[in-house]
Each structure stands twice: as C-alpha cells, then as structure tokens.
Design a protein around this ligand. Structure first.
Ligand code: PHE
Length: 442
C-alpha cells in the first residue's frame, strides 16, 4: 500500500512547510525593498491569487489523480504521449534547487549554533564572520551536510510518520516564533519608518521588472514548477479538497512573508539601514542589529531557529520528489532511495558549498556552481516545468477530468469556480509564463 498523509491538517502543514522557506525570509523582504514596499505586495498578491494558485492546483490535480511519482503521473494520465518529460524536468529542478538550498540551510544551522552559544559576531564584524562562514571549506561543508542529513532523516520515516509528523510540530512553532520576533521589531524605537515602508505603497518604484520579480518570487515561494506539489498531491487522499488546501497554502505563505517583513523591516529602519541591502540582509545586517537591541541575544536565537525550520520543511519537500521517483521507477526501498538521492545531492551540494571559497574561480557560463544551479532552476527548469504542466492540464487533460478532480468526483458543487480555474490554466497561465521566461532570458 502506498503511504499517505493521514489528516487534512497534515496535508496543509506539509504544503505550507514546503511553500514557506528561505524565499519568504530572504528574498521577499529585499525584493520589497527595491520595488516600492507595499506596492510590491499588492502586485504580488494579485499574481499569487489570480495566476499562481491555479497553477499550483494543476500540479496538485495531476499528482492526486495519478497517485504516483512525477514522471509516471503524466504517463498514467496520458499513456500515448511523451509527457513524462515534464516529470523529468520537475525532478531535475528539485535536485538543482536542493543543491544550493542545503548550503543556505547550512548557514542557518551555523548561525543558530553561534547564537545559542552567544558567539555571534559583535557589531561591525558581521561581514567578516559571514565571509568566513561561506568560504572556509570545513565549516561550510560540515553545516551543509548536517542540514542534508537532517532532511534525509525525516524522509526515512516516510510520509505519515516522517513528513507529516514533523511538519505538524514545526509549522506552529514557526508561526509562533516569527510573531514574537515581529512584535519585538515593531516595538523598537524608530520602527515607524519601517511600518510606513511596508504599508504605504510607493508606485514610483514600480517598473516592468517589478512584475517579473513578483512573478518569479511567487513561483519560487509557492514551490511550483518543480513537482513538489505534484509529489505531495500524490500522497493526498481522494476526499481532501484541492481548492481549499491550495488556497490555504497560498494564504499562509503570503501571511508569513508579510510577518517576515514585519519582523525584519522595522528593525532595519530603526537602525537607519537601507531596505535594499540584498541577500546580506539576513546574515550581515541582522546580526549587527541583534547586537544592539535589548534582548537581542534571544531574538537572534529565535530568528535563526525560524530560518532553519522554514528551510528544512522546504528541503524535505524538495528531496521527496527524487525519493518518490526512485522508489517507484527504480523499485527501491524507501531507505535505499533516501540514501541514493541524498548521495547525489551530497555531491552537488559540495560543489555549491565550495563555490564560496575553494571553487570560487571555477566558472561555468561565467557562474560559480552555486549561482549556476540557482540560475538553471529559476530561469529554466522551473518555468519550463510550470509551463508544460499548465499546457498538459489545459490542453491534454479533459476539462471534465480536471473539474472531476477539483470537485472530488462531483461531491463539491462549485462548477463556475472550477471552470474559471480551468480557463485560467488553459489560456492565461501559459502566456504569462512564456512571457516571464523570455524576459528572464533577455
Ligand atoms: N518555497 C520555498 C521557499 O520559499 C522554496 C521551494 C521552491 C521549495 C520549490 C520547494 C520547491 O523558500
């Protein structure tokens, strides 16, 4: 018997766990910083709910209908075509993503360990500290491997006893902790400028690029385009409601991103720092700030704990794509599949981890391994996989089959909504994804 998620809450926390990740904490705040604050949020919301949510539901439908791994799912639903290629792109995308995701996950463990032992850098030395964390091979490899090993450990226990059991504990903790940090940040003297920035839209900063940034972020943040939703969907029982689950996932993901903004921006403004610091915001600017506020030591522990949990619940979903594929296509036992997939990822993670130091001069297409995996997944594999999924669902699968799956075999009555979702998937989604891809390449 194929493993399954046991409860609706289990499905929801697993999906939200996948969606909420480094993207919310790391990318969202600085994208907002460069794109007009609340103006960016508004555009982002529209794109998430009108466009990306239907794409997420399409992946979900394919997985749940076929009840099998990403590659076979397309073959099951369309035995004659060559649609299995979509699944292959999805598996590749998830492997490429996890290769650099584990490295950043490793940094979060590194910082968590240092914050628990009160040995984070003092004000002014954060930059050097981060540079050392990224470039010393022993240190970066150690933490990257620990992160990958923890991910694998959860997966060894399977869906119900592994993913569901652990994300059920981790996700409530995650929300609770980010709320505590947000409250601390908002109550700092001088935080008002940050709130103003978050909630007063500045449309003068909005350019064509803002839309591309928002759409890329929505894709990444909702975990679409790399078969994770498809794979999780394949473990979801037939009586769960796809529209509701997907919507709740998108709502919690967006809510968390805004909470992350509230946790970070008021503090950043209170110290007169520019919100568009970029990736260094989390690992350089924030430790500096923690060093200067009352109770900063504890906030630091909580913050890096949040980062770690957010990251690991996402990496779990990424690695599971490959694991499910190996179990079903190569007839492996779960244990061997987890070991084999982690082995492959270990090699790729090593290349990415060493990109910050020893291998920083090794360039492919002018990029380090870390940047290469990032670029290939974000600009090519994910949008391509997303595009083919909507083309498959919109044009190959019959509308009846799609509506049948969304309505749980006709028991849920909301035909108008299901048809609207179908037409977005069929007509609007492919065009928009194609446009982003082309612009992304240009
Ligand atoms: N959604 C995750 C984040 O925001 C990243 C991710 C992408 C996870 C794709 C799984 C699949 O960090």
């Amino acid at each position: 018997m194929r493993d399954n998620f046991n409860t609706s809450f289990g499905v929801l926390v697993a999906m939200a766990g996948s969606a909420i990740g480094l993207g919310n904490l790391w990318r969202f705040p600085y994208l907002m910083g460069t794109n007009g604050g609340a103006a960016f949020i508004i555009i982002y919301l529209v794109l998430v709910f009108l466009l990306c949510l239907p794409i997420m539901m399409s992946e979900f439908v394919v997985g749940r209908r076929a009840q099998t791994n990403a590659v076979r799912a397309f073959k099951v639903l369309s035995p004659k075509g060559r649609w299995g290629i979509i699944g292959i792109l999805g598996v590749l995308a998830s492997v490429a993503l996890i290769s650099f995701y584990c490295v950043v996950g490793g940094w979060t463990i590194d910082y968590l360990v240092h914050s628990v032992t009160f040995s984070l850098p003092d004000r002014g030395s954060s930059e050097g500290f981060f540079a050392a964390a990224v470039s010393s091979p022993g240190r970066t490899l150690l933490y990257t491997y620990i992160f990958l090993a923890l991910t694998a450990l959860v997966l060894l226990a399977g869906i119900k006893d592994g993913i569901e059991r652990y994300t059920k504990i981790m996700m409530p903790l995650l929300f609770l902790t980010i709320i505590i940090i947000a409250v601390r940040s908002v109550t700092l003297p001088g935080s008002g400028a940050g709130l103003d920035f978050l909630f007063n839209p500045d449309f003068s900063k909005v350019t064509a690029n803002t839309f591309l940034d928002a759409l890329g972020q929505a894709f990444f943040s909702l975990s679409i385009g790399c078969a994770t939703i498809l794979t999780y969907g394949s473990y979801v029982k037939k009586n769960e409601k796809i529209v509701k689950m997907s919507s709740l996932t998108a709502i919690s993901d967006t809510f968390f991103a805004i909470l992350a903004g509230l946790a970070i921006m008021p503090a950043v403004f209170a110290f007169g720092i520019s919100p568009s610091e970029g990736p260094g915001l989390l690992f350089v600017v924030l430790p500096d700030i923690f060093d200067q506020i009352a109770g900063g030591g504890i906030v630091a522990v909580l913050f890096f704990f949040v980062l770690f949990i957010a990251a690991i619940t996402s990496s779990i979903s990424l690695l599971e794509v490959f694991v499910t594929f190996l179990i079903e296509e190569c007839r492996m036992k779960r244990r061997s599949a987890v070991l084999a997939s982690s082995g492959v990822c270990l090699v790729l993670c090593t290349l990415c981890a060493l990109s910050g130091g020893v291998l920083s001069d090794v360039r492919i297409l002018g990029r380090t391994f870390f940047d290469l995996f990032d670029m290939v997944s974000a600009n090519f594999l994910m949008p391509m996989c997303g595009l083919l999924v909507v083309v498959f669902v919109g044009w190959k699968m019959k509308r009846e089959a799609f509506v049948d799956e969304l309505s749980n075999g006709g028991t849920l009555k909301n035909r108008a909504l299901y048809n609207t979702i179908f037409y977005i998937v069929r007509y609007i989604a492919p065009i928009v994804i194609a446009v982003i891809m082309v612009f992304g390449w240009l």
